[in-house]
Design a protein around this ligand. Structure first.
Ligand SMILES: NC(=O)c1ccc[n+]([C@@H]2O[C@H](COP(=O)([O-])OP(=O)(O)OC[C@H]3O[C@@H](n4cnc5c(N)ncnc54)[C@H](OP(=O)(O)O)[C@@H]3O)[C@@H](O)[C@H]2O)c1
Length: 336
């Protein structure tokens, strides 16, 4: 057991009457949420939802105060579970971290075993956080589309919110699996980045039809939507007969206004993706794939940025203002 005797640093989010307050606190081991596995955290990351939680721009916190950070990776330092011996490298993504229970923005964490995966070499704790919730969700969405019958030879697929974390990994994984990928972005100047991670075609704000007919010419065999609202409606209305669209995010809007024609007249399927509520066996299998056959080849282009824990409070605004390309890793106590 290497439980820290000294207090350690954590970024705590507290719900107050005037909004969310974030502050660095020195906390003690026994102040952490209980759990059978103790972890020295190596890395965390920043997801859009982390920024919503910390700034109060979205109602994410499910209790009065919590240590932020949806994702974490690190080394087991205390364990009551033989499947997670001390010294093993682990990661947790989603599962309520940073929302309903203490998350990854602290030097140590305590979690129940069912929220953890053991990292398969060669996947280390840094690569696991480069991938994080975003890469895990992208692979989950692709596998759900494939379970709905989508295959690389069926025609092009489209990804919205293309420069974001989920969007970038979805493009990169689709491309590596042999799909022709179109990337829909609302940022200018990102063509070179999107092509480098695997996009064959780049679409901008002028290339999609925000209103238009109930059914548009059927073009996509499948799609992954990260923004919701009019983009999701357009994606569904322009999907081919028998195709499927995975709804992942609502960065632009939680609304969906359209007719049911694509579902009934074209047999298009709309798949809901929830990366938080994934059964432990499936979570483990997806992480195994990410360590081996589905390791994203563009990982270092997508997640080349790293910041220290101390820089987080200043950083969150970039996600709310949509200024981030790719993913950012947070170094807590680096591997090794
Ligand atoms: N369902 C799940 O389990 C799950 C898991 C992870 C994430 N999510 C959600 O999926 C979304 C993407 O997550 P992320 O971590 O990839 O976020 P991110 O890195 O911040 O990327 C979001 C992307 O959406 C686009 N965007 C942002 N604000 C927008 C706006 N106001 N209007 C239109 N487009 C906008 C931007 O792409 P462009 O500038 O390239 O268009 C941005 O890069 C978020 O809504 C997140 O909460 C859901």
């Amino acid at each position: 057991m290497n439980i820290p005797a000294r207090p350690f640093k954590a970024l705590r989010l507290a719900q107050t009457e005037s909004g969310v307050r974030m502050e660095f606190r020195e906390i003690r081991w026994d102040e952490l949420d209980p759990g059978t596995i103790g972890i020295r955290v190596h890395y965390s990351s920043v997801n859009y939802k982390d920024a919503l939680a910390a700034t109060g721009a979205g109602k994410i916190l499910r209790r009065k105060q919590v240590i932020g950070g949806l994702d974490l990776s690190g080394e087991v330092i205390a364990s009551e579970d033989p499947d997670f011996p001390c010294g093993s490298l682990v990661a947790a993504v989603g599962g309520g971290l940073g929302e309903t229970r203490d998350g990854g923005y602290a030097e140590y964490a305590r979690l129940p075993a069912e929220l953890l995966v053991r990292l398969d070499p060669p996947l280390g704790t840094r690569a696991a956080m480069q991938i994080g919730t975003a890469g895990f969700t992208a692979l989950l969405a692709i596998r759900r589309l494939e379970e709905a019958g989508i295959r690389p030879g069926d025609g092009p697929v489209v990804v919205s919110g293309a420069t974001g974390g989920v969007g970038s990994f979805a493009i990169n994984l689709f491309h590596a699996m042999g799909y022709a990928v179109s990337a829909l972005t609302h940022k200018s100047g990102c063509e070179a980045y999107l092509r480098a991670i695997g996009a064959e075609e780049i679409l901008g704000p002028k290339d999609w039809d925000p209103k238009g007919a109930a059914l548009l010419p059927g073009h996509w065999s499948g799609g992954i939507d990260n923004v919701g609202g009019a983009v999701l409606s357009w994606m569904i209305r322009s999907t081919r007969h028998g195709g499927a669209v995975a709804s992942v995010g609502m960065a632009a809007s939680p609304q969906l206004q359209m007719t049911v024609f694509p579902f009934i007249l074209r047999g298009v399927s709309l798949l809901g993706i929830n990366s938080t509520e994934v059964a432990p066996e499936r979570r483990g299998a997806l992480w195994h794939e990410l360590a081996h056959e589905a390791f994203p080849p563009g990982i270092d282009r997508i997640a080349h940025q790293q910041i220290p824990l101390s820089a987080l409070p200043e950083a969150f605004g970039d996600w709310i203002e949509n200024r981030v390309v790719g993913r950012v890793v947070v170094a807590i106590a680096e591997e090794g």
